[in-house]
Design a binder for this molecule. Structure first.
Ligand code: PA5
Length: 418
């Protein structure tokens, strides 16, 4: 197991006995997660067996996309694109198709610009929509089919379109009627828990990233969560954030000093926001990328209302080196940096922020990975999914539904005459 957690600066806000009790409770919720029957059909993400479907087909299609496409369009919104995007945008990729995202906006400007960017290029698409009822991916699929229809014949189009949806959905029927490859979105997996299903796997493979390593990360975290009772990372994190919540810490900010974790942070916000924010409960999840955001939100973190938890995602090896060379002739007064590597400078900024914020009254938590890699993303995704499921249960909400999201849709559909 590569990921480690440092809870010392959060546990210091809590009472020992209370912490012991909370960990035991969280461990029992976690154990039940693996032992109970999945009656409500929401736990398909727990194991590799239930979530990793059609791997051979996915790998073959990913190879073809890499070989043939100039542009690969991932059409999906929320849980249907965030996990893949989190890894794809963070890791260096071998040469291959440009990856673009649609199905996640209603902005005509963005749609038009994306279509213009595809002009004259070889395009493959993957439409991901669990029940094929969401407006954004559904409407974009129509636009893209029409766009492709005027450039490719029926057979060529069939090769270039892959759809990922649930069995029995209209999307499956459309795939069968038109000869598109159909990948399963397992019924017992909600969008935001779909990182290890075909929803995440085809885009990650088509981006040229190592799907097996990613799944190895998942397997390692899964083993930790199943076998290590009170000591696994998800339980330890889940217990501490629940206790802090009860003490009035109701905002949690995920922060990273690596901008490439920006889309990962968006995934994390969605996971916790949609899973916990219900029945007038929940820790409000938000995210910042430092050091840029230290110059905006940093003031509030240091000195604002004390209801904040700060969760750092740290990367030991940044994977690059930039040394500040000395140049006395400029007299810019930055000579104290001479000879230093930005790896060291960034690390110093992170350590200073951790110190200052925790001293200023912010419980700080740190997840640390050795380096950004398929494996470490596999671990992080899995740990946070289990922690979220455990945390939701402890909070007394259903972490697997999202009834609240339907509310705005009802008004929107009424306005659009659905
Ligand atoms: O986590 C969730 O369930 C949601 O965020 C969904 O992923 C999102 O609403 C997209 O749903 P669908 O795949 O049905 O279009």
């Amino acid at each position: 197991m590569g990921t480690i957690i440092d809870l010392s600066r959060a546990e210091s806000y809590l009472d020992r006995e209370e912490l012991k009790e909370a960990r035991a409770k969280a461990a029992s919720v976690c154990r039940a997660l693996y032992e109970k029957e999945d009656k409500d059909k929401v736990l398909g993400w727990r194991t590799k067996e239930a979530s990793v479907l059609q791997l051979a087909e996915i790998k073959a299609k990913a190879e073809e996309i890499r070989r043939e496409a100039d542009v690969f369009v991932i059409v999906g919104v929320g849980g249907s694109n965030q996990a893949a995007r989190g890894v794809i945008e963070a890791l260096p990729r071998p040469e291959g198709p440009e990856i673009v995202y649609l199905g996640n906006t209603l902005s005509p400007y963005t749609i038009r610009k994306t279509l213009e960017g595809m002009e004259g290029k070889s395009v493959y698409i993957n439409v991901i929509a669990k029940n094929f009822e969401t407006l954004e991916p559904g409407s974009h699929f129509r636009i893209l089919r029409q766009w492709m229809g005027s450039r490719y014949d029926r057979e060529e189009m069939a090769r270039r379109i892959t759809v990922t949806g649930t069995k029995g959905s209209r999307l499956e029927e459309i795939a069968a009627e038109n000869g598109y490859l159909f990948l399963q979105f397992p019924v017992p997996v909600g969008g935001r828990y779909s990182a290890f299903t075909p929803v995440g796997l085809l885009p990650i493979g088509a981006a040229g990233l190592d799907v097996d390593e990613y799944l190895a990360g998942m397997a390692a975290a899964c083993q930790d969560c199943r076998e290590n009772g009170e000591d696994n990372l998800a339980v330890r994190y889940g217990a501490v954030r629940q206790l802090l919540y009860r003490r009035g810490y109701d905002i949690e900010m995920l922060v990273s000093f690596e901008p490439r974790y920006g889309f990962f942070a968006k995934w994390w916000v969605q996971l916790f926001g949609e899973s916990e924010g219900k029945e007038k409960k929940g820790i409000f999840p938000t995210a910042s990328i430092y050091s840029e955001d230290l110059h905006s939100i940093g003031q509030y973190m240091q000195d604002g209302r004390r209801n904040l938890i700060e969760t750092f995602v740290s990367v030991k090896d940044p994977g690059a080196s930039v040394v500040v060379e000395s140049c006395p002739e400029y007299g810019d007064r930055f000579d104290y940096l001479d000879g230093m590597d930005f790896a060291e400078i960034n690390r110093a900024a992170e350590a200073a922020t951790w110190e200052a914020h925790s001293r200023g009254g912010v419980p700080c938590i740190r997840f640390e990975v050795d380096r950004a890699s398929e494996r470490s993303f596999g671990e992080l995704y899995y740990y946070f999914m289990v922690a979220c499921a455990v945390s939701g249960e402890l909070m007394g909400v259903n972490p697997f539904d999202q009834e609240g999201v339907e509310e705005y849709k009802r008004s929107m559909f009424a306005a659009l005459g659905k």
